[in-house]
Design a protein around this ligand. Structure first.
Ligand SMILES: Cc1cc2nc3c(=O)[nH]c(=O)nc-3n(C[C@H](O)[C@H](O)[C@H](O)COP(=O)(O)OP(=O)(O)OC[C@H]3O[C@@H](n4cnc5c(N)ncnc54)[C@H](O)[C@@H]3O)c2cc1C
Length: 395
Protein backbone atom coordinates (compact mmCIF):
# COMPACT_ATOMS: atom_id res chain seq x y z
CA UNK A 1 0.00 0.00 0.00
CA UNK A 2 1.77 3.17 -1.13
CA UNK A 3 0.23 6.41 0.10
CA UNK A 4 0.95 9.96 -0.95
CA UNK A 5 -0.24 11.73 2.20
CA UNK A 6 1.98 14.55 3.50
CA UNK A 7 1.26 13.58 7.09
CA UNK A 8 4.03 11.55 8.71
CA UNK A 9 3.16 7.91 8.30
CA UNK A 10 3.77 5.79 11.39
CA UNK A 11 3.67 2.03 11.10
CA UNK A 12 3.34 0.22 14.43
CA UNK A 13 4.20 -3.47 14.57
CA UNK A 14 2.02 -5.28 17.10
CA UNK A 15 -1.41 -4.58 18.59
CA UNK A 16 -0.40 -5.36 22.16
CA UNK A 17 -0.54 -2.81 24.99
CA UNK A 18 2.55 -0.94 23.81
CA UNK A 19 1.37 -0.90 20.20
CA UNK A 20 -1.78 0.89 21.32
CA UNK A 21 0.11 3.24 23.65
CA UNK A 22 2.27 4.19 20.66
CA UNK A 23 -0.72 4.60 18.37
CA UNK A 24 -2.48 7.03 20.72
CA UNK A 25 0.61 9.22 20.95
CA UNK A 26 1.15 9.08 17.19
CA UNK A 27 -2.48 10.08 16.54
CA UNK A 28 -2.10 12.92 19.00
CA UNK A 29 0.83 14.17 16.92
CA UNK A 30 -1.31 14.08 13.80
CA UNK A 31 0.59 11.15 12.26
CA UNK A 32 -1.14 8.75 9.93
CA UNK A 33 -1.22 5.51 11.90
CA UNK A 34 -1.17 1.90 10.70
CA UNK A 35 -1.01 -1.01 13.15
CA UNK A 36 0.15 -4.33 11.74
CA UNK A 37 -0.69 -7.30 13.93
CA UNK A 38 0.37 -10.89 13.24
CA UNK A 39 -2.64 -12.39 14.99
CA UNK A 40 -5.57 -10.83 16.83
CA UNK A 41 -5.56 -7.70 18.96
CA UNK A 42 -3.59 -8.60 22.12
CA UNK A 43 -2.53 -11.93 20.62
CA UNK A 44 0.41 -12.54 22.95
CA UNK A 45 -1.54 -11.71 26.11
CA UNK A 46 -4.38 -13.95 24.93
CA UNK A 47 -1.89 -16.84 25.11
CA UNK A 48 -1.85 -16.44 28.90
CA UNK A 49 -5.39 -15.17 29.29
CA UNK A 50 -6.13 -17.32 32.34
CA UNK A 51 -3.08 -16.02 34.28
CA UNK A 52 -3.16 -12.92 36.46
CA UNK A 53 -0.89 -9.91 35.95
CA UNK A 54 1.48 -9.43 38.84
CA UNK A 55 1.24 -5.64 38.67
CA UNK A 56 -2.03 -3.98 39.70
CA UNK A 57 -4.18 -2.48 36.96
CA UNK A 58 -3.28 1.12 37.86
CA UNK A 59 0.36 0.38 37.00
CA UNK A 60 -0.52 -1.11 33.65
CA UNK A 61 -2.16 1.75 31.83
CA UNK A 62 -1.18 5.33 31.17
CA UNK A 63 -3.16 8.56 31.55
CA UNK A 64 -3.31 8.57 27.75
CA UNK A 65 -5.20 5.25 27.63
CA UNK A 66 -7.44 6.28 30.53
CA UNK A 67 -8.39 9.38 28.64
CA UNK A 68 -9.03 7.49 25.42
CA UNK A 69 -11.30 4.99 27.19
CA UNK A 70 -13.04 7.66 29.28
CA UNK A 71 -13.64 5.69 32.46
CA UNK A 72 -15.35 2.27 32.41
CA UNK A 73 -12.14 0.76 33.72
CA UNK A 74 -11.39 -1.70 36.52
CA UNK A 75 -10.13 -0.23 39.81
CA UNK A 76 -6.45 0.61 40.08
CA UNK A 77 -5.76 -2.13 42.59
CA UNK A 78 -7.47 -4.87 40.53
CA UNK A 79 -5.20 -7.75 39.54
CA UNK A 80 -6.61 -8.73 36.16
CA UNK A 81 -6.10 -11.89 34.19
CA UNK A 82 -4.56 -11.49 30.75
CA UNK A 83 -7.99 -12.19 29.25
CA UNK A 84 -9.65 -9.49 31.34
CA UNK A 85 -6.99 -6.98 30.26
CA UNK A 86 -7.64 -7.75 26.61
CA UNK A 87 -11.40 -7.44 27.16
CA UNK A 88 -11.40 -4.24 29.22
CA UNK A 89 -8.50 -2.34 27.62
CA UNK A 90 -7.20 -3.65 24.31
CA UNK A 91 -10.48 -4.49 22.62
CA UNK A 92 -12.13 -1.18 23.57
CA UNK A 93 -9.01 0.62 22.30
CA UNK A 94 -9.25 -1.25 19.00
CA UNK A 95 -12.82 0.01 18.62
CA UNK A 96 -11.95 3.71 19.06
CA UNK A 97 -13.30 5.67 16.09
CA UNK A 98 -9.89 7.30 15.56
CA UNK A 99 -8.38 3.84 14.95
CA UNK A 100 -11.14 2.71 12.63
CA UNK A 101 -9.61 0.99 9.59
CA UNK A 102 -6.06 1.50 10.88
CA UNK A 103 -5.56 -1.89 12.55
CA UNK A 104 -4.65 -4.80 10.29
CA UNK A 105 -4.94 -8.11 12.15
CA UNK A 106 -3.43 -11.19 10.56
CA UNK A 107 -0.57 -9.18 8.94
CA UNK A 108 2.71 -10.55 10.23
CA UNK A 109 5.69 -8.32 9.55
CA UNK A 110 8.43 -10.29 7.84
CA UNK A 111 10.98 -7.60 6.98
CA UNK A 112 11.64 -3.88 7.40
CA UNK A 113 14.12 -1.87 5.32
CA UNK A 114 14.71 1.63 3.95
CA UNK A 115 13.35 1.98 0.45
CA UNK A 116 16.11 0.84 -1.91
CA UNK A 117 18.70 0.74 0.86
CA UNK A 118 19.73 -2.32 2.78
CA UNK A 119 21.85 -2.30 5.89
CA UNK A 120 25.01 -1.20 4.13
CA UNK A 121 23.31 1.38 1.92
CA UNK A 122 24.54 4.86 2.91
CA UNK A 123 24.83 4.11 6.64
CA UNK A 124 24.93 7.33 8.73
CA UNK A 125 24.42 9.39 5.59
CA UNK A 126 21.75 12.15 5.67
CA UNK A 127 20.32 10.79 2.41
CA UNK A 128 19.43 7.53 4.14
CA UNK A 129 17.00 9.36 6.43
CA UNK A 130 15.14 10.77 3.45
CA UNK A 131 14.20 7.31 2.26
CA UNK A 132 10.92 5.95 3.65
CA UNK A 133 10.70 2.54 5.28
CA UNK A 134 9.18 -0.39 3.47
CA UNK A 135 7.49 -2.98 5.65
CA UNK A 136 6.78 -6.39 4.16
CA UNK A 137 3.92 -8.39 5.66
CA UNK A 138 2.42 -11.81 5.10
CA UNK A 139 -1.13 -12.83 5.96
CA UNK A 140 -2.35 -16.24 7.11
CA UNK A 141 -2.75 -17.39 3.51
CA UNK A 142 0.78 -16.32 2.63
CA UNK A 143 -0.29 -13.22 0.67
CA UNK A 144 2.34 -10.50 0.83
CA UNK A 145 1.92 -6.77 1.05
CA UNK A 146 4.15 -3.70 1.35
CA UNK A 147 3.38 -0.77 3.67
CA UNK A 148 5.38 2.45 3.47
CA UNK A 149 6.23 4.57 6.49
CA UNK A 150 8.27 7.53 7.69
CA UNK A 151 8.44 6.14 11.23
CA UNK A 152 8.37 2.52 12.37
CA UNK A 153 7.69 1.48 15.96
CA UNK A 154 8.39 -2.17 16.61
CA UNK A 155 6.12 -3.25 19.48
CA UNK A 156 6.05 -6.91 18.49
CA UNK A 157 7.08 -8.24 21.90
CA UNK A 158 9.09 -11.39 22.50
CA UNK A 159 6.46 -14.00 23.31
CA UNK A 160 6.38 -15.40 19.77
CA UNK A 161 10.00 -16.56 20.01
CA UNK A 162 10.79 -18.93 22.91
CA UNK A 163 14.34 -19.71 23.99
CA UNK A 164 15.73 -23.18 23.47
CA UNK A 165 15.44 -25.53 26.42
CA UNK A 166 18.98 -26.91 26.19
CA UNK A 167 21.92 -25.82 28.27
CA UNK A 168 23.60 -22.42 27.69
CA UNK A 169 20.78 -21.26 25.42
CA UNK A 170 21.59 -23.88 22.79
CA UNK A 171 19.12 -26.42 21.54
CA UNK A 172 19.47 -29.75 23.34
CA UNK A 173 20.43 -32.63 21.05
CA UNK A 174 17.27 -33.55 19.15
CA UNK A 175 15.42 -30.42 20.23
CA UNK A 176 15.43 -28.85 16.77
CA UNK A 177 13.66 -31.91 15.31
CA UNK A 178 11.32 -32.55 18.19
CA UNK A 179 10.72 -28.93 19.17
CA UNK A 180 7.07 -29.03 18.19
CA UNK A 181 6.54 -31.66 20.93
CA UNK A 182 7.54 -29.14 23.59
CA UNK A 183 4.99 -26.74 25.10
CA UNK A 184 6.77 -23.40 25.46
CA UNK A 185 3.97 -21.08 26.55
CA UNK A 186 1.82 -20.96 29.64
CA UNK A 187 -1.37 -22.83 28.97
CA UNK A 188 -4.33 -23.45 31.21
CA UNK A 189 -2.63 -26.66 32.36
CA UNK A 190 -4.99 -27.46 35.23
CA UNK A 191 -8.07 -25.84 33.68
CA UNK A 192 -9.14 -26.41 30.09
CA UNK A 193 -6.05 -28.62 29.52
CA UNK A 194 -6.47 -30.74 32.63
CA UNK A 195 -7.66 -33.82 30.70
CA UNK A 196 -4.66 -33.64 28.39
CA UNK A 197 -2.22 -33.67 31.31
CA UNK A 198 -3.90 -35.76 34.01
CA UNK A 199 -2.20 -39.08 34.67
CA UNK A 200 0.79 -38.28 32.43
CA UNK A 201 4.53 -38.16 33.03
CA UNK A 202 5.49 -34.53 32.67
CA UNK A 203 8.80 -32.68 32.64
CA UNK A 204 8.75 -29.00 33.59
CA UNK A 205 11.89 -26.94 32.84
CA UNK A 206 12.49 -23.42 34.13
CA UNK A 207 12.56 -21.34 37.27
CA UNK A 208 11.11 -17.99 36.23
CA UNK A 209 7.67 -16.54 36.88
CA UNK A 210 5.98 -18.62 34.15
CA UNK A 211 7.58 -21.81 35.44
CA UNK A 212 6.30 -20.90 38.92
CA UNK A 213 2.75 -20.71 37.54
CA UNK A 214 3.22 -24.05 35.81
CA UNK A 215 4.59 -25.71 38.96
CA UNK A 216 1.50 -24.59 40.89
CA UNK A 217 -0.78 -25.87 38.12
CA UNK A 218 1.03 -29.22 38.00
CA UNK A 219 0.77 -29.55 41.76
CA UNK A 220 -3.00 -29.04 41.39
CA UNK A 221 -3.12 -31.73 38.71
CA UNK A 222 -1.34 -34.18 41.00
CA UNK A 223 -3.88 -33.46 43.75
CA UNK A 224 -6.78 -34.12 41.39
CA UNK A 225 -5.16 -36.98 39.44
CA UNK A 226 -2.60 -38.62 41.76
CA UNK A 227 -1.24 -40.92 39.05
CA UNK A 228 0.33 -37.86 37.34
CA UNK A 229 4.12 -37.78 37.69
CA UNK A 230 6.10 -34.60 37.41
CA UNK A 231 9.80 -33.81 37.23
CA UNK A 232 10.59 -30.14 37.77
CA UNK A 233 14.11 -29.44 36.48
CA UNK A 234 15.81 -26.17 37.38
CA UNK A 235 19.30 -24.92 36.56
CA UNK A 236 19.73 -23.19 39.91
CA UNK A 237 20.90 -24.89 43.08
CA UNK A 238 18.69 -22.69 45.29
CA UNK A 239 16.37 -24.51 47.68
CA UNK A 240 13.79 -21.92 46.68
CA UNK A 241 14.26 -21.90 42.89
CA UNK A 242 12.00 -18.92 42.19
CA UNK A 243 13.55 -15.56 43.11
CA UNK A 244 11.58 -13.85 45.85
CA UNK A 245 11.76 -10.14 46.57
CA UNK A 246 11.60 -9.51 50.34
CA UNK A 247 8.25 -7.86 51.21
CA UNK A 248 7.48 -7.79 47.51
CA UNK A 249 5.47 -4.64 46.70
CA UNK A 250 3.99 -6.60 43.79
CA UNK A 251 2.01 -8.88 46.06
CA UNK A 252 0.67 -11.13 43.29
CA UNK A 253 4.24 -11.83 42.13
CA UNK A 254 5.27 -12.55 45.71
CA UNK A 255 2.31 -14.90 46.21
CA UNK A 256 3.08 -16.95 43.10
CA UNK A 257 6.83 -17.17 43.86
CA UNK A 258 6.17 -18.21 47.45
CA UNK A 259 3.60 -20.88 46.51
CA UNK A 260 5.93 -22.39 43.88
CA UNK A 261 8.89 -22.34 46.29
CA UNK A 262 6.83 -24.11 48.94
CA UNK A 263 6.10 -26.85 46.39
CA UNK A 264 9.81 -27.07 45.52
CA UNK A 265 10.79 -27.34 49.17
CA UNK A 266 8.18 -29.89 50.04
CA UNK A 267 6.92 -31.50 46.83
CA UNK A 268 4.10 -34.05 46.72
CA UNK A 269 5.07 -37.71 46.40
CA UNK A 270 4.75 -37.70 42.61
CA UNK A 271 6.87 -34.62 41.98
CA UNK A 272 10.67 -34.73 41.82
CA UNK A 273 12.58 -31.49 42.00
CA UNK A 274 15.92 -31.69 40.22
CA UNK A 275 18.24 -28.77 40.94
CA UNK A 276 21.41 -27.95 38.94
CA UNK A 277 19.78 -29.79 36.08
CA UNK A 278 19.91 -29.17 32.36
CA UNK A 279 18.31 -30.80 29.35
CA UNK A 280 20.96 -32.56 27.26
CA UNK A 281 19.08 -34.61 24.67
CA UNK A 282 15.67 -35.73 23.44
CA UNK A 283 14.74 -38.82 21.47
CA UNK A 284 11.28 -39.70 20.24
CA UNK A 285 9.76 -42.91 21.60
CA UNK A 286 6.27 -44.37 21.14
CA UNK A 287 3.79 -41.76 22.47
CA UNK A 288 6.57 -40.32 24.60
CA UNK A 289 9.99 -38.70 24.62
CA UNK A 290 13.19 -40.11 26.08
CA UNK A 291 15.01 -37.30 27.78
CA UNK A 292 18.63 -37.15 28.93
CA UNK A 293 19.15 -34.83 31.88
CA UNK A 294 22.41 -33.68 33.37
CA UNK A 295 21.98 -33.38 37.11
CA UNK A 296 25.06 -31.60 38.47
CA UNK A 297 27.74 -34.02 37.16
CA UNK A 298 25.60 -37.06 36.54
CA UNK A 299 23.33 -38.08 33.72
CA UNK A 300 19.90 -39.62 34.01
CA UNK A 301 17.48 -40.78 31.33
CA UNK A 302 13.77 -40.46 31.88
CA UNK A 303 10.74 -41.06 29.68
CA UNK A 304 8.04 -38.41 29.70
CA UNK A 305 4.89 -37.76 27.72
CA UNK A 306 4.81 -33.97 27.94
CA UNK A 307 7.55 -31.35 28.24
CA UNK A 308 6.78 -27.82 29.37
CA UNK A 309 9.88 -25.69 28.78
CA UNK A 310 9.29 -22.22 30.20
CA UNK A 311 12.77 -20.88 29.68
CA UNK A 312 12.03 -17.35 28.51
CA UNK A 313 11.69 -15.60 25.18
CA UNK A 314 13.84 -13.51 22.89
CA UNK A 315 13.13 -10.83 20.30
CA UNK A 316 12.82 -11.64 16.62
CA UNK A 317 15.62 -9.57 15.12
CA UNK A 318 15.54 -11.41 11.82
CA UNK A 319 12.87 -9.09 10.43
CA UNK A 320 15.09 -6.08 11.25
CA UNK A 321 18.21 -7.43 9.58
CA UNK A 322 18.37 -4.75 6.87
CA UNK A 323 18.19 -1.85 9.32
CA UNK A 324 21.23 -0.17 10.84
CA UNK A 325 19.64 -0.49 14.30
CA UNK A 326 22.03 -1.65 17.02
CA UNK A 327 21.01 -4.33 19.44
CA UNK A 328 22.97 -5.47 22.44
CA UNK A 329 24.95 -8.63 21.85
CA UNK A 330 23.97 -9.64 25.37
CA UNK A 331 20.28 -8.81 25.84
CA UNK A 332 19.36 -8.50 22.14
CA UNK A 333 17.39 -5.42 23.17
CA UNK A 334 18.14 -1.81 22.19
CA UNK A 335 21.89 -1.38 22.75
CA UNK A 336 21.66 1.90 24.70
CA UNK A 337 18.89 0.57 26.88
CA UNK A 338 20.90 -2.54 27.67
CA UNK A 339 23.67 -0.33 29.03
CA UNK A 340 21.19 1.71 31.09
CA UNK A 341 19.71 -1.47 32.55
CA UNK A 342 23.01 -3.11 33.48
CA UNK A 343 23.03 -4.09 37.17
CA UNK A 344 19.29 -3.48 37.54
CA UNK A 345 17.99 -6.63 39.16
CA UNK A 346 14.32 -5.85 39.77
CA UNK A 347 11.70 -4.37 37.46
CA UNK A 348 10.62 -1.90 40.15
CA UNK A 349 14.08 -0.33 40.45
CA UNK A 350 14.13 3.31 39.41
CA UNK A 351 16.15 3.66 36.24
CA UNK A 352 17.38 6.84 34.66
CA UNK A 353 16.76 6.55 30.94
CA UNK A 354 18.38 9.15 28.77
CA UNK A 355 16.31 9.63 25.56
CA UNK A 356 19.52 8.87 23.65
CA UNK A 357 19.46 5.36 25.14
CA UNK A 358 16.28 4.75 23.15
CA UNK A 359 17.78 5.73 19.79
CA UNK A 360 18.39 2.60 17.79
CA UNK A 361 20.96 3.85 15.31
CA UNK A 362 18.37 3.89 12.49
CA UNK A 363 16.69 7.30 12.50
CA UNK A 364 12.91 6.95 12.58
CA UNK A 365 12.96 3.34 13.75
CA UNK A 366 12.16 2.58 17.39
CA UNK A 367 11.96 -0.65 19.32
CA UNK A 368 9.37 -0.19 22.06
CA UNK A 369 7.71 -2.23 24.78
CA UNK A 370 9.04 -5.51 26.04
CA UNK A 371 11.01 -6.11 22.83
CA UNK A 372 13.23 -3.13 23.58
CA UNK A 373 14.44 -5.00 26.70
CA UNK A 374 15.31 -8.08 24.67
CA UNK A 375 16.06 -11.03 26.94
CA UNK A 376 16.09 -8.90 30.07
CA UNK A 377 12.98 -10.06 31.92
CA UNK A 378 12.66 -6.86 33.97
CA UNK A 379 10.19 -5.08 31.70
CA UNK A 380 7.03 -3.52 33.13
CA UNK A 381 4.33 -1.79 31.12
CA UNK A 382 4.91 1.20 33.37
CA UNK A 383 8.52 1.43 32.10
CA UNK A 384 7.30 1.06 28.53
CA UNK A 385 5.05 4.09 28.98
CA UNK A 386 7.98 6.15 30.31
CA UNK A 387 10.05 5.10 27.30
CA UNK A 388 7.35 6.23 24.90
CA UNK A 389 7.06 9.58 26.65
CA UNK A 390 10.82 10.05 26.15
CA UNK A 391 10.70 8.95 22.50
CA UNK A 392 7.77 11.19 21.60
CA UNK A 393 9.24 14.17 23.40
CA UNK A 394 12.14 13.94 20.97
CA UNK A 395 10.06 13.57 17.80
C1 LIG B 1 2.38 -14.68 32.48
C2 LIG B 1 2.83 -13.28 32.26
C3 LIG B 1 2.48 -12.30 33.18
C4 LIG B 1 2.90 -10.99 32.98
N1 LIG B 1 2.53 -10.04 33.90
C5 LIG B 1 2.92 -8.77 33.72
C6 LIG B 1 2.56 -7.77 34.68
O1 LIG B 1 1.94 -8.04 35.68
N2 LIG B 1 2.96 -6.49 34.44
C7 LIG B 1 3.68 -6.13 33.33
O2 LIG B 1 3.98 -4.94 33.19
N3 LIG B 1 4.05 -7.06 32.43
C8 LIG B 1 3.69 -8.35 32.59
N4 LIG B 1 4.07 -9.31 31.69
C9 LIG B 1 4.90 -8.94 30.59
C10 LIG B 1 3.86 -8.55 29.51
O3 LIG B 1 3.66 -9.60 28.66
C11 LIG B 1 4.22 -7.31 28.88
O4 LIG B 1 4.38 -6.25 29.80
C12 LIG B 1 3.28 -6.82 27.79
O5 LIG B 1 2.52 -7.80 27.17
C13 LIG B 1 4.22 -6.17 26.82
O6 LIG B 1 3.49 -5.51 25.89
P1 LIG B 1 4.04 -5.33 24.42
O7 LIG B 1 2.97 -4.56 23.72
O8 LIG B 1 5.41 -4.78 24.45
O9 LIG B 1 4.17 -6.80 23.80
P2 LIG B 1 3.08 -7.94 23.59
O10 LIG B 1 1.98 -7.86 24.57
O11 LIG B 1 3.84 -9.19 23.53
O12 LIG B 1 2.46 -7.60 22.17
C14 LIG B 1 3.15 -7.82 20.97
C15 LIG B 1 2.16 -7.94 19.82
O13 LIG B 1 2.89 -7.99 18.61
C16 LIG B 1 2.37 -9.02 17.78
N5 LIG B 1 3.45 -9.48 16.87
C17 LIG B 1 4.51 -10.28 17.19
N6 LIG B 1 5.30 -10.45 16.11
C18 LIG B 1 4.74 -9.74 15.11
C19 LIG B 1 5.09 -9.52 13.73
N7 LIG B 1 6.19 -10.07 13.19
N8 LIG B 1 4.27 -8.75 12.98
C20 LIG B 1 3.15 -8.18 13.51
N9 LIG B 1 2.77 -8.37 14.80
C21 LIG B 1 3.57 -9.12 15.60
C22 LIG B 1 1.91 -10.08 18.76
O14 LIG B 1 0.96 -10.94 18.16
C23 LIG B 1 1.35 -9.22 19.89
O15 LIG B 1 -0.02 -8.90 19.70
C24 LIG B 1 3.67 -10.64 31.86
C25 LIG B 1 4.01 -11.64 30.92
C26 LIG B 1 3.60 -12.94 31.13
C27 LIG B 1 3.99 -13.98 30.12
Amino acid sequence: MLTTSKKKRAVIIGAGPMGFETALRALDRGFEVTILEAGRVGENIRQWQHVRFFSPFGMNISPCVRQALQGNLPSDDAILTGGEFVETVLQPLSRLPELDGKIHPGQRVVSVARSGLGKVGLPNHPLRIERPFRVLTEDIEGRERIFEADLVFDASGVYSQPNWAGTAGMPALGERDLGSRIVRHLRDFDGSEFQRNAGKKILLIGHGHSAAHAAIALNNIITRAPSTQVIWAVRTDRTKPILEVPDDPLSERGKVAQAANEIAQSPPKNMRILRRTTLEALVEAIDSLKVKLKIWRNFEEVTVEEIFALTGYRPNLEMLRELTAEFSGVSEGVAGLYRALTNITDCLAKIEINPNDLQTGETGFFSVGIKSYGRNSGFLLKSGVEQLNAIFSGL
